[in-house]
Write a protein that binds this ligand. Structure first.
Ligand code: NDP
Ligand code: A1CAB
Length: 274
């Protein structure tokens, strides 16, 4: 993947993807990241040996791919300020912003841009990311392949046929690392109440999640069967699972994911109206 990649924004998500790309063999000299303050960029440049720039326009000048990684609320001003350079350079644009539709970003960038919307997640940092991708009609087959290669360098990629499905991707993977971290917090707290030292509890809970995820990934059995295999009749797991079902955990997760997807949709309406 010998392409020059510029990240507009150098925060949590951009640095996760950049770290994953470098681990997968992309040369740091092919990567540029921008942010308004040198103080945020200097540690990143020192740690990852990438190029950095406080000037977005300068950073897109020789870019084959421009990844838009700023907060959705400032995307309009950022895009409009670099519109002329983007129009001149015609890079593949990849927006990772939640709830901002492709047509709106394309318009802010002057129109007719090849634009991929991507919903990644922070485990990209350790190469185990999960990204949903959608391409507008200007994206060529080659650019689609490039976007796939880029995001596959940091995890798995699923293309969606309709842009609106990215809201569901946000609910099931973009925001979802936080759901599991909440579960770790809760399990650690409960295990401490049961008498375990916090560090022991955390280590056991995290390793168990890793084990369960790895089993679910490698097994040809579905999650319901794998769950059943842990539950001896009249045993301990059955008691715990029954408690979770009685407490409507399943419905709570469903409601939370609905709220997440609805928020993505609402953000899109709010931000494109501004
Ligand atoms: N975090 C996550 O798990 C996920 C985030 N996303 C999306 O990724 C995007 C970034 O989120 P996240 O990384 O969490 O946010 P962060 O706040 O961590 O990063 C935003 C970055 O943009 C920089 N920035 C601000 N203004 C400008 C500007 N004018 N030009 C260039 N850079 C600028 C910020 O610099 P400074 O700090 O100096 O303001 C910061 O480096 C969002 O659109 C979000 O929806 C998508 C999937 C998952
Ligand atoms: O919370 C957010 O809005 C971003 C998008 C998905 C994960 N974090």
């Amino acid at each position: 993947m010998a392409s020059k990649i510029t990240f507009i924004g150098a925060g949590n998500m951009a640095s996760a993807i950049i770290g994953g790309l470098i681990d997968s063999g992309v040369s740091p000299s092919d990567i540029t990241a921008t942010a308004p303050n040198e103080s945020e960029l200097a540690p990143l440049a020192a740690r990852l040996e990438i190029n950095t720039n406080t000037d977005n326009n300068a950073a897109v000048e020789d870019a084959d791919v421009v990844v838009l990684a700023v907060k959705p609320q400032i995307m309009r001003s950022v895009c409009e300020a670099m519109r002329d350079n983007v129009q001149q350079q015609s890079p593949l644009i990849i927006s990772i912003a939640a709830g901002l539709d492709a047509a709106t970003i394309d318009q802010w960038l002057g129109g007719n841009n090849a634009l991929v919307r991507c919903m990644p997640n922070t485990p990209a940092l350790v190469g185990i990311g999960a990204s949903g991708l959608y391409a507008n009609s200007t994206v060529s087959e080659e650019q689609r392949t490039l976007a796939t290669q880029l995001m596959e360098a940091v995890g798995i990629v699923e293309w969606v046929a309709e842009e609106s499905l990215l809201d569901a991707v946000t609910a099931v993977s973009g925001s979802a690392p936080a759901y599991f971290f909440l579960m770790f917090e809760a399990m650690e707290e409960a295990a401490v109440k049961l008498g375990l030292p916090a560090a022991t509890a955390r280590r056991l809970a995290i390793q168990t999640a890793l084990g369960a995820a790895t089993m679910a990934q490698r097994s040809d059995k579905d999650p319901a069967t794998l769950k059943q295999n842990v539950m001896s009749p009249g045993g301990t797991t059955e008691r715990a699972i029954q408690h979770m079902e009685d407490a409507q955990l399943r419905a709570t997760i469903g409601d939370a994911m609905q709220a997440c997807a609805q928020r993505a949709e609402a953000m899109s309406k709010e931000l494109s109206a501004n």
